[in-house]
Ligand binder design. Structure first.
Ligand SMILES: NC(=O)c1ccc[n+]([C@@H]2O[C@H](COP(=O)([O-])OP(=O)(O)OC[C@H]3O[C@@H](n4cnc5c(N)ncnc54)[C@H](O)[C@@H]3O)[C@@H](O)[C@H]2O)c1
Ligand SMILES: [Zn+2]
Ligand SMILES: [Zn+2]
Length: 363
């Protein structure tokens, strides 16, 4: 099969012929129908984060089960599934408490070290699967706890977005921050993740939703998806603009870019008792600085959100129902559709801030 491989950091993706093993016990072989481009992979290609190489990248996919290993009862060949990088062991303290996205036992859902690799390149070298998925590929071989079964009437290209971006954005709103109806919300960054957070805030019944970005076309899409106000961060301090729009600050701020500057902005635009949720992957080694007196005197919260604090086997089918009921807008989020060979071009478009979400479709 063909897959997009990262061989060095920083580096571009290379389309390679890759061999894929048969499913072992507890594994699922999935034919990928669509795979979305998330910014997280780009941080690794750009050298801001490190991962095990060589690796098949990608982590936002939907497809059809092709074969299952011994003992797999959750899915069968022909089932439609979405993959999720929050592969859960089901046994650790975090899994038991429902916090699958911070499962502390990744060894339990990986193949044993030293054994046959799930993927190998043409030279016979073992290939890692980025995020334990490796979704920029025609096929994926994953642990059964990496997939959720979905309704067949859901189009798989739009289902792929739920594999990361939508679950991350909606989950940050519903599960991490728990936005209440009537509250005032700001979202910094209107890419795939930020637009999903904006939609989450709309669905949660926020009264004001302020989208902040540096490009006007993104802000237009943000309005279409639910933003009641927009702020162009190139036209003055976004914190001051948000404070002016809300008479002092928002109840909930979401950072969906990944930088020290915008993370700190999220905190500074809160009103007392406000909650800032950091979604973006700031470069490894980044430290945030917060004004201590505001933290305690204003009783403000600064928290992180990993994959929207998901319980994805519950959340993803619900998000599909929201889409099929017309409440979650996914068609409007897809700005580009490409083939696997065009993947570096797809990421160039993201670097240039020209995309909301790009989806690779496989024939
Ligand atoms: N926490 C998680 O589990 C999780 C999951 C998925 C993605 N992420 C991270 O979320 C972030 C967003 O991902 P994405 O796929 O939506 O990226 P994206 O590139 O599609 O969107 C980023 C947006 O930020 C805007 N932007 C850039 N600099 C800005 C600034 N200074 N002020 C305002 N807007 C600015 C860009 O114009 C763009 O619209 C990335 O860091 C990604 O790694 C985190
Ligand atoms: Zn992602
Ligand atoms: Zn666990």
């Amino acid at each position: 099969m063909r897959a997009a491989v990262l061989n060095q950091i920083p580096g571009e993706l290379e389309i390679e012929e890759v061999s894929i093993d048969k499913p072992a016990a507890n594994e699922v072989l999935m034919r990928v129908v669509a795979s979305g481009l998330c910014h997280s992979d780009l941080h690794f290609m750009d050298g801001l984060w490190q991962t095990k190489l060589p690796a098949v990248m990608g982590h936002e996919a939907a497809g059809v089960v092709e074969a299952v290993g011994e003992d797999v009862t959750y899915v069968k060949p022909g089932d439609h599934v979405i993959s999720c990088l929050s592969v859960f062991c089901g046994k650790c303290r975090y899994c038991l408490a429902g916090h699958l996205s911070i499962c502390e036992n990744p060894g339990a859902v990986s193949r044993p070290r030293g054994g046959a690799s799930r993927l190998n390149n043409a030279k016979g070298e073992a290939l890692a699967q980025f995020a334990r998925l490796g979704a920029f590929a025609e096929m994926m071989l994953v642990h059964e706890n990496a997939v959720v079964k979905i309704r067949e009437e859901m189009p798989l290209d739009r289902a792929s977005l739920i594999g990361c971006g939508v679950t991350t954005g909606l989950g940050a709103v519903f599960r991490t921050a728990r936005v209440e109806p009537g509250s005032e919300v700001a979202v910094i960054g209107a890419g795939g993740i930020g637009l999903s957070a904006i939609q989450g805030a709309r669905i949660a019944g926020a009264s004001k939703i302020i989208a902040i970005d540096v490009t006007a076309p993104k802000l237009d899409v943000a309005r279409q998806l639910g933003a009641t106000h927009v702020v162009n961060a190139t036209e003055g301090d976004p914190v001051e603009q948000v404070k002016e729009l809300t008479g002092g600050g928002v109840d909930f701020a979401f950072e969906a870019i990944g930088s020290k500057q915008t993370g700190e902005q999220a905190f500074r635009m809160l009103r007392p008792r406000g909650v800032a949720t950091i979604i973006g992957m700031a470069p490894m080694g980044t430290n945030f600085e917060l004004p201590a007196h505001e933290v305690f005197m204003g009783e403000k919260t600064f928290k992180g959100s990993m994959m929207g604090s998901n319980q994805f086997r519950l959340d993803m089918p619900r998000f599909i129902d929201l889409y099929l009921d017309g409440k979650l807008m996914l068609d409007e989020m897809v700005s580009h559709r490409i083939k696997l060979d065009e993947i570096n071009h797809g990421y160039d478009l993201m670097r240039n801030r020209q995309t909301t979400r790009t989806v690779i479709t496989f024939d």
